[in-house]
Write a protein that binds this ligand. Structure first.
Ligand code: NAP
Length: 275
């Protein structure tokens, strides 16, 4: 099972998250119930259009009977035109039916409308008020994170970014900066190459490694992310794949496997739709 990690504010975060984006309301219930049964305890949502499920997620988690203290709930401030971070956080708490979230993120740097230091102060107040145990950012690039780190009182605990072998080379400076300041990187879209209609070089390499290690290709990519010290944020409609994701922490890649995945990713065609 994926080990929990300690964030720079001392909080503990499960090493893998189950994401709820792009999941219609009818599918959400069975999916979250299966994820809980499989052993997921960390759930990632947001206020954005791609999610729109905080109320439903909150109800399912509450009906599960699992104590709040054993769940890790993460959401994001997505709609800067209709709310301040504090208003958004309060609205999320109401929808989720909880009195705190474990992690509250600024969904996009553009939400800050050019004032990262000023916006972050509002996030720090949310943490101070106990409405979020940890605060962080998402989709922050090197410049954004540098601006934040230079001006903050409480450093961000997390930066949630797109992360797969296909963008590893371009993400490396951001990973190094995060590591230097003890900011945990969470990676989404790690499995995207596998779901792509036009298989990228990394898919063949992941498949070969999976055959060698007698495991699944998705486990190879999740183990690769783990080897880069990146916390996995993933999703699946299939119960058997949930088990596979959780079991990926047992997959031990050789240094050569990691190098081969890095090299295959470097040959990928540029991504057309980045956040
Ligand atoms: N902060 C942000 O801006 C942002 C942006 C995007 C996502 N996220 C978060 O990250 C979460 C994860 O989303 P994601 O889309 O990035 O998830 P992902 O884990 O990279 O990809 C999941 C997809 O991969 C497919 N898959 C897994 N193994 C496969 C295999 N062996 N062959 C073919 N397809 C395979 C799954 O299909 P099946 O369902 O059929 O198994 C599923 O559709 C989201 O729910 C959200 O919480 C955050």
């Amino acid at each position: 099972m994926w080990e929990s990690r300690t964030l720079n504010d001392g909080s503990s975060i499960p090493g893998i998250a189950f994401g709820t984006a792009y999941t219609c309301k009818e599918e959400l219930g069975p999916r979250i119930e299966n994820a809980l049964k499989a052993g997921f305890r960390h759930f990632d949502t947001a206020q954005g259009k791609a999610y729109d499920n905080e109320r439903e997620l909150g109800e399912i988690l509450s009906q599960s009977g699992i104590p709040r203290s054993e769940l890790f709930i993460s959401t994001k401030w997505s709609n800067p035109t209709s709310s301040t971070p504090l208003q958004a956080c309060r609205a999320s708490l109401k929808l989720l039916g909880v009195d705190y979230v474990d992690l509250f993120l600024i969904h996009q740097p553009r939400n800050c409308a050019g004032d990262i230091p000023g916006t972050w102060k509002l996030m720090e107040e949310i943490k101070q008020m106990g409405l979020a145990r940890s605060i962080g950012v998402s989709n922050f690039k090197v410049d954004d994170l540098e601006t934040l780190l230079e001006s903050c009182t409480v450093p961000p605990a997390v930066n949630q970014i797109y992360f797969s072998p296909n963008n590893y080379a371009s993400s490396k400076p951001l990973l190094d900066l995060a590591q230097q300041h003890d900011v945990q990187i969470e990676g989404y879209w790690t499995l995207r190459p596998l779901a792509d209609d036009n298989p990228q070089p990394v898919v063949r390499v992941a498949h070969d490694i999976a055959q060698k290690l007698k495991c699944q290709s998705e486990q190879v990519l999740l183990a690769w992310a783990g080897a880069k010290n990146v916390l996995a944020v993933t999703r699946t409609a299939r119960a058997e794949r949930m088990q596979s994701y959780l079991g990926a922490s047992e997959v031990k890649l050789d240094p050569d496997d990691i190098t081969d995945l890095d090299a295959a990713g470097a040959k990928a065609s540029p991504d057309s739709e980045l956040p």
